[in-house]
Design a protein around this ligand. Structure first.
Ligand code: C2E
Ligand code: CA
Ligand code: CA
Length: 413
């Protein structure tokens, strides 16, 4: 036998745009089409929302469920008529099968087809997939990471490294960006790209993100007047109480809000936009600066500049990397810097790895850079040493202390 899990694509949009009555109508019509595709001893059930399951009994081979799945996809991709509105949806299907002699129980079969469904959706919607043992292994591996990530928080395995941000006009360090590291007991340092997406999926990012803000504020007291930037995930905007967390952390550590900068990516502005913008404004009213991270990599970076008065634009390192090698990259960077300047935003170019890139950026009017050419991210204590080591010559300008980087050469590595 086979168990098929089905999930209608774009059902939520129909509900949101045409209303719940239209949604109900669609569910009835879709069920009728599915029923017409089945044999009499197959069983169709609605699991909830726009999810259905089919039990296909006495099949000769898994191929028969592939054939059924293909037919279901075809019949459900034909247009629906909802009170005169033509609507197109689609369906994704996951399949698990049980062979004779196999004693997999119903619940497991349903779980397996659900995992296969997840795989089908990841392949792009409107497709079907059969369950494979590797899907289960991958899920178990993810669960393991989730468990050890929970432990990481309670056992203080998380730490922040900081990358200096250099002012190109004065050759001074203006600030640092906090970058999260997981110092795993046995696996060593794990980079955020390897665990942040998972932390976002399982909700752990909210407590991790709170910790990052508190920890950065705590360590900021060790460095003289530098600004410090913290990356904030879209989930923290949706689930956490970001303004309170930030306000409390600054107050507890007695740090001037002007020193804190929050970096957000386009993902933050993708949904719940009005709420998000009011949160951003509240943060700005506390005196905190807001930077748009990874500028130019998303779908509509430009339109976001119109919706919110960012203090800083961080040009993604993919543009910096191409500097001097292709006219397009040079022109885009130059235009972004000018655009930012005319809107009162500072520009920061990320991923500067060579002196040539730094010089080109300075010529183009870029204010600030970060990159391995100047320094890799390092622990807080090393930031203090770095400031002390760099033949620094403090000079006063507008009542601020500047640390002068004398020879870029000594900063390499
Ligand atoms: P990001 O915010 O764009 O951070 C810049 C990344 O580029 C960092 O990687 C940094 O180490 C790396 N980088 C800096 N200069 C250079 C360079 O010259 N060349 C190259 N090839 N790379 C350079 P990292 O630390 O692995 O962080 C990756 C991403 O993880 C970050 O990208 C950010 O999106 C995310 N992340 C890091 N810490 C946090 C955090 O505390 N919270 C959240 N939500 N996300 C974080
Ligand atoms: Ca960042
Ligand atoms: Ca970035």
């Amino acid at each position: 036998m086979a168990v098929l899990c089905l999930d209608l694509d774009h059902f939520k949009e129909v509900n949101d745009i045409l209303g719940h009555a239209a949604g109900d109508n669609l569910l009835c019509q879709a069920s009728a089409r599915m029923t017409a595709t089945l044999r009499s001893n197959d069983m169709l059930a609605r699991l909830g929302g726009d999810e259905f399951a089919i039990v296909q009994r006495n099949i000769g081979s898994p191929l028969e469920s592939s054939v059924l799945a293909q037919r279901l996809i075809e019949t459900l991709s034909a247009p629906f008529d909802l009170d005169g509105n033509e609507v197109l949806i689609g369906v994704s299907i996951g399949i698990s099968t049980r062979n004779p002699g196999d004693d997999t129980d119903g619940e497991t079969l349903l779980q397996h087809s659900d995992m296969a469904l997840y795989g089908a959706k990841n392949n792009g919607r409107g497709t079907f997939r059969h369950f494979e043992q590797e899907m289960n292994d991958a899920l178990i591996a993810r669960k393991k990471v989730e468990v050890s990530l929970r432990r990481a928080i309670s056992e203080n395995e998380l730490e922040l490294h900081y990358q200096p941000q250099v002012d190109l006009q004065t050759n001074t360090i203006k600030g640092v960006e906090a970058l999260l590291r997981w110092n795993h007991k046995t696996d060593g340092l794990i980079s955020p790209d390897q665990f942040i997406p998972l932390a976002e999926e399982c909700g752990l990012i909210v407590s991790i993100g709170d910790w990052v803000i508190r920890e950065a504020c705590r360590q900021a007291k060790d460095w003289p007047d530098l600004t410090f930037a913290v990356n904030v995930s879209p989930i923290q905007f949706r689930q956490g109480n970001l303004v309170k967390t930030v306000r409390d952390a600054l107050a507890t550590e007695n740090v001037d809000p002007k020193r804190l900068e929050i970096e957000i990516t386009e993902g933050v502005l993708l949904s719940h936009t009005d709420e998000t913008i009011s949160t951003l404004k509240e943060l700005q009213e506390l005196g905190i600066k807001i930077a748009m991270d990874d500028f130019g990599t998303g779908y509509s970076s430009l339109s976001y500049l119109r919706r919110f008065p960012f203090d800083k634009i961080k040009i993604d390192k993919s543009f910096t990397t191409d500097l001097g090698t292709c006219i397009a990259a040079d022109s885009i960077i130059e235009a972004v810097i000018k655009l930012g300047a005319s809107m009162g935003m500072t520009s920061n170019a990320e991923g500067v790895e060579t002196i040539e890139q730094a010089n080109l950026l300075r010529d183009q009017g870029c204010k600030e850079v970060q990159g391995f050419h100047f320094s890799k991210p390092m622990p807080s204590a090393s930031i203090c040493e770095l400031l002390a080591d760099w033949e620094w010559d403090t000079f006063q300008k507008d009542n601020e202390k500047y640390y002068v980087l004398n020879a870029a050469e000594t900063l390499k590595g």
